[in-house]
Ligand binder design. Structure first.
Ligand code: NAD
Length: 516
């Protein structure tokens, strides 16, 4: 008998290697090491919820620069004198956005849909169209508290990536001892190619759809790559608009501007946390950060703040790589001058490329710069096995999420390069997000030194527990107690961190049981 045709055949569930399965490798190793209860393992190895939805927005009219070759046929096109140049918004990809009534009252000369601006360039007028964007929110686990995790606006995102990042938040919140679970989400978009008002419209629409899935006691977003306090402000407003008790709902997002309920110290918190961990790593060896050389990949929120704080403690920054270039100065890069350069509004890509106080080098050479410490603070998967073979640093402090591949981990172990794993090194952000959340709930505001003192204690205490697990030295000191977590043998730091996370999460399932 012929097989019944099935046009909707489900593919074979053969497990294949993905970014998520790679990221979960360490989870499975830790689960095996501690003999994690099988049901808890099932609960944790896939997220609670995976949301995918779509956001549409109407884009603005744009001027697209014409290649000088093509512009020649417009040789005698007169210049359009723009009455209100503030209405023109230059984007990182060279296009110019027409905000409001940018050309109103100007002497506009348009020929075949093209005009010439006072800068001499010829531009094609592109009418604004509506566009659709893919959006995600993965809610991984809430055994220890509401889902918590950042919002990423980036072109290279996927469900698999957000699953990995959401799971990482579950481990991180457990390690940092904040009463949250893990989540992550965002939009597939390159924010640098859109204007401020367009991003506002996209963000509002995003929150309009997200609102039914989240809440201050359910799931609390924060900034991540490509988003910041301004985006958080928009998300908060959209969530609270029209709510009768809107002020008690401020805790819906963290990473807000301090003037609207954000916490002092939150902007710097992740970079600050990275440096607290590095400081403790050296303190354990009886050393300080004075004179220590370091390099940083990514000079955004995490990388630039870590660099500024590290340099402030006497460290010397030798090299920086970001998505648009790499710079190197063997005598040390002047970090405040680099910050001014990157933050200059004329620096549209916010890049270190072209910084006059350093020489340009290739990205491949960045990895071979000899330093004590390397801080990856860009995207995941950057330190591959091949890169790890070439590194000439002694310690990697992971500012980024998942910057080191499992293969690279094995190489680092073999080469004796030390590691402070991401789930403790960059936990400063979520820790201060928790402080922001408490302040919002209590309608309080704490000073930066209060925040930093708490943060320093939380990170150093938990980093010491991880070190003890790693070295198998169970002990109780005034600051920490690692006895319940050591496993009777030495393990590498990343496994030690995961063991700490799993033991803390497992306790909830073991003591509370499972809801039916
Ligand atoms: P950001 O958007 O402020 O900065 C990202 C930086 O990385 C930019 O300098 C960019 O040029 C660079 N970059 C991007 N792609 C690159 C590439 N392919 N090669 C080299 N450089 C590249 O982002 P951020 O908030 O600083 O986050 C950086 C990392 O830290 C991410 O992995 C993020 O998940 C992680 N993280 C951030 C926080 C936080 O509080 N912001 C907290 C924990 C972890």
């Amino acid at each position: 008998m012929p097989e019944p045709q099935n046009f909707m055949r489900v593919p074979d569930p053969t497990p294949k290697r993905t970014l998520y399965t790679d990221a979960m490798e360490i989870f499975h190793r830790a689960a095996d090491t501690i003999g994690l209860a099988p049901r808890v393992r099932l609960e944790l190895e896939e997220p609670d919820y995976e949301h995918i939805f779509y956001v549409t927005a109407k884009l603005k009219d744009r001027l697209r620069p014409l290649h000088p070759e093509a512009a020649r046929s417009f040789g005698d096109l007169p210049v359009t004198q723009v009455r209100d140049p503030n209405g023109l918004e230059r984007l990182a990809d060279g296009q110019i956005l027409l905000n409001g009534k940018a050309l109103l009252g100007s002497d506009v000369v348009i020929r075949r849909g093209h005009l010439r601006l006072p800068d001499g360039g010829v531009y094609q007028l592109i009418p604004g169209e509506s566009q659709r964007f893919k959006a995600y929110r993965v809610q991984h686990n809430q055994a220890r508290g509401p889902y918590k995790g950042g919002i990423r606006y980036h072109r290279e995102v996927s469900l698999d990536l957000f699953k990995a990042l959401a799971a990482e938040m579950t481990w991180k919140t457990a390690i940092a001892e904040v009463p949250f679970g893990g989540g992550k989400g965002g939009i597939q978009i390159d924010p640098r190619q859109y204007g401020k008002e367009e991003l506002e419209a996209i963000t509002l629409r995003f929150m309009y759809k997200l609102k039914r899935l989240i809440g201050p006691n359910i799931d609390i977003p924060a900034p991540d790559v490509g988003t910041n306090g301004e985006i958080m402000a928009l998300m908060m407003r959209q969530y609270l608009d029209g709510e009768r008790e809107r002020h008690v709902g401020r805790a819906i997002v963290t990473g807000k501007d301090v003037r609207i309920g954000g916490s002092e110290g939150r902007v710097k918190a992740t970079g600050q946390g990275v440096v607290y961990c590095i400081e403790d790593y050296y303190a354990d060896r009886g050393e300080t950060l004075k004179g220590k050389t370091f390099s940083v990949q990514g000079f955004g929120n995490v990388g630039s703040n870590a660099a500024e704080i590290f340099a402030g403690l006497g460290g010397r920054l030798l090299a920086v790589n970001d998505s648009d270039g790499t710079i190197f100065n063997p005598d040390g890069i002047d970090v405040p001058a680099l910050l001014t350069y990157v933050q200059d509004p004329k620096n549209l890509k916010r890049s270190v490329a072209g910084f006059p106080g350093a020489q340009k080098i290739e990205k491949k050479d960045f990895w071979e710069v000899q330093t004590e410490v390397l801080i990856p603070a860009a995207l995941g998967g950057e330190i591959t096995g091949e890169v790890a073979e070439r590194l000439r640093c002694k310690l990697i402090a992971e500012g980024a999420n998942g910057p080191t591949t499992p293969e690279a981990d094995r190489v680092l172990l073999k080469r004796g390069i030390d590691l402070i794993p991401d789930i403790i090194a960059n936990a400063g952000g979520v820790t201060v997000s928790y402080y922001e959340w408490i302040q919002n709930k209590r309608m309080e505001s704490w000073t930066e030194s209060e925040v930093n003192a708490k943060l320093e204690h939380a990170l150093k205490r938990n980093y010491r527990i991880i070190r003890d697990i790693s070295r198998n030295t169970p002990r109780k000191t005034e600051m920490h107690d690692s006895r319940p977590f050591c496993v009777g043998k030495q393990v590498e730091p990343r496994l030690a961190a995961m063991i700490l996370a799993l033991k803390r999460i497992e306790a909830h399932y073991v003591i509370e049981g499972f809801s039916q």
